[in-house]
Design a binder for this molecule. Sequence first.
Ligand SMILES: [Ca+2]
Ligand SMILES: [Ca+2]
Ligand SMILES: [Ca+2]
Length: 164
Amino acid sequence: MTARPVRITQATAGVPGSATKGDRFGWSLSAGDTDGDGYADIAVGVPGKDVSGRNDAGAAVVLRGSAEGLTGTGAKSFTQNTAGVPGNAEAYDQFGASVRLTDSNKDRRAELIVGAFAENDGEGGVWLFKTGKSGITATGATNFGAGSVGGPKGLSYFGEVLAG
Ligand SMILES: [Ca+2]
Ligand SMILES: [Ca+2]
Ligand SMILES: [Ca+2]
């Protein structure tokens, strides 16, 4: 294992997408073991990512930890346009402005929570991604907003801050 710092960008081999000015790769970060292999993985928010020509629709990337440390190998990227993910990537959603890896069901694999505070003109929203032996998957992803938990409708930036 190297003790030297490594720099990972969207231009790193294995990381989906290409590095574009304004993507804000690393705007939000969270560490957790998504696949239960004993190595911490890192969720990276990319809220300025353009998706299908939609400015700042946003993305979330999961980088895999390994015996060699954090690498681009096996990295995954998710947007609201990824098959299985509810919603649509729209301009300025800023999906990925907040990310959190947390083992919400105590099976020793961390699920991914992604916030998009600007979803639906600032109503906001939060997405929950399940995980398995091969890590985070879009299959079975769910989302909810302030209205689904009894909160206010309209401008509330739901999901701007994730803690836990
Ligand atoms: Ca891991
Ligand atoms: Ca959307
Ligand atoms: Ca879990």
